[in-house]
Design a binder for this molecule. Structure first.
Ligand SMILES: Nc1ncnc2c1ncn2[C@@H]1O[C@H](COP(=O)(O)OP(=O)(O)O)[C@@H](O)[C@H]1O
Ligand SMILES: [Mg+2]
Length: 243
């Protein structure tokens, strides 16, 4: 059967080793090519949720990516299907050069030398970093590092892209660039953010997470216009709706 489900979480919970209950019985299905925002106050569990998707952390309950259960034997296929862009690009860039950072995924997936070269060049082009191959991430600006971290996941051509706070710490020009980029992509997106204006422009659906639970799930326009519900969850209307 050709599935339409990109991401499926069934009764997913996660406790940190120190006992913090970060996620409690989450049920969430995301269809292919949906762009879904996960919003909520600090500590709601947004980043934790993202890290469960490719098995960085092991959840209780069941998570499926394009029907594949997120279990160890499926990690190689899952990590090619879903790319995660962490909030801090320094968590993603650890090689001496940008080329090596981007080639890392393809190399580990057993691409041929020729395919590695092509996927690195394509990814650099996508994020407007052609010519940066031999630069070190240590000497790049935050915006450039962010784009390089996006290139590391694009190199594997994932069908699903998860981004944790993609516009945080970016200058207005880089923020604009990321917004335009997300809008134009055809992949399935899961985006966490406090930047509700960015969500308004990029996402069709929004889920509110609070204290580890989903408290609302609807169209982005509906959720982001609901002043009372946003305030109950320590959020505010997007600036474009404030007057
Ligand atoms: N490494 C960790 N160890 C223990 N608790 C953590 C860790 N990371 C996050 N938490 C806790 O888990 C909860 C959810 O955190 P997080 O997923 O980072 O929330 P958000 O991204 O929505 O701000 C918070 O209570 C936070 O303090
Ligand atoms: Mg977070």
């Amino acid at each position: 059967m050709n599935t339409l489900k990109a991401v499926e979480l069934n009764n997913v919970s996660y406790h940190y080793p120190d006992g913090v209950e970060a996620l409690i019985n989450i049920n969430l299905t995301i269809q292919k090519q949906e762009k879904v925002a996960v919003i909520g106050p600090n500590g709601a569990g947004k980043s934790t949720l993202i890290t469960l998707l490719n098995g960085v952390r092991k959840a209780e309950g069941e998570i499926r990516i394009l029907e594949y259960p997120v279990v160890k034997k499926n990690f190689p296929v899952i990590r090619a299907m879903i790319g995660i862009v962490f909030q801090n690009p320094d968590d993603q860039l650890f090689c001496p050069t940008i080329y090596e950072d981007i080639a890392f995924g393809p190399l580990n997936s057993g691409f041929s030398e020729e395919d590695i070269e092509k996927s690195v060049q394509d990814a650099l082009e996508e994020v407007d970093l052609k010519g940066y191959e031999n630069r070190s991430s240590f000497h790049l600006s935050f915006g450039e590092r962010k784009r390089a971290s996006i290139a590391t996941i694009l190199a594997l051509k994932p069908e699903i892209i998860a981004m944790d706070e993609p516009t945080s710490n970016l200058d207005p020009a880089h923020r604009r660039k990321i917004i335009g980029w997300i809008k134009n992509r055809q992949e399935t997106f899961i985006v966490t953010s406090h930047d509700l204006d960015m969500i308004w422009e990029t996402c069709s659906r929004a889920v509110i997470l609070n204290k580890g639970k989903i408290v609302a799930d609807g169209t982005a326009k509906e959720i982001l216009s609901d002043k009372i519900m946003l305030e109950e969850n320590d959020l505010e209307l997007p600036l474009r709706l404030q007057r």
